[in-house]
Design a binder for this molecule. Sequence first.
Ligand SMILES: Nc1ncnc2c1ncn2[C@@H]1O[C@H](COP(=O)(O)OP(=O)(O)OP(=O)(O)O)[C@@H](O)[C@H]1O
Ligand SMILES: [Mg+2]
Length: 241
Amino acid sequence: MLKIENLKFSYERRPLSIDIESLLIEEGECVGIVGPNGAGKSTFLQLILGIHNTYEGEITLNQVKLEKKTKNYFREHIGLVFQNPDEQLFMPTVYEDVAFGLKMKGLPDVEVQNAVNEMLDLLGIGKLSQRASLKLSGGEKKRVAMASIFVMKPDIMVFDEPTLALDPKSRRRVINIVNELQNTKIITSHDLDMIYETCSKVIVLYEGKVVAQGETKKILSDADLMEKVDLECPLILKNLL
Ligand SMILES: Nc1ncnc2c1ncn2[C@@H]1O[C@H](COP(=O)(O)OP(=O)(O)OP(=O)(O)O)[C@@H](O)[C@H]1O
Ligand SMILES: [Mg+2]
């Protein structure tokens, strides 16, 4: 269980990017975080991974409070797929990027090979295995970044805009994979149709604050709320209205 209390954070010499009184994400939940550009979604995800140190308030995972000495605990349990894959990929080849975490864990080579190849196939990028990660297309990079986190099987999977830059088939593949995962999942996206298909609960962030939260359909079909926070009801719900 992830618990947030009185969390405040601003980038240097910037107004508050995050100002959350309290938030609870229960084990096994799939939670969507939505909000317009600049609402603080990516910043929030980075905070729960201990990427920023200058915040006020408390972030607690399974009764363990996030601090310098517990940062590794958070990183072992939470896997974040970054919005921008260039921030995540750094090895010479796709294979090595996806294998990196498992190798650091000290797994035997054969196990690493099997796990990596299986994951590349699952994401439909087996053919890219020996290519240079940074010389791929945006959507290909995104899938490699996702594979590098999936392969680690973290308890909590966090996706920052997972369908951004993906073609329809790859997007569908990601939706299916996310729906098959039994872990706790946190997803931010502007693809509200994807959020509708994957999340049981939605949190609406606006100017760093939680302005609404609740059951996915209830939140995403609230046209007044969506309008107020510069979003639109997902197409699938518009068609049902
Ligand atoms: N590295 C940074 N330095 C200074 N300010 C930043 C930095 N990154 C983000 N911000 C600011 O913090 C606020 C929240 O940004 P954040 O990236 O978390 O928004 P977001 O909700 O993820 O937006 P998007 O939908 O565009 O991905 C914005 O006002 C942004 O300008
Ligand atoms: Mg973002």
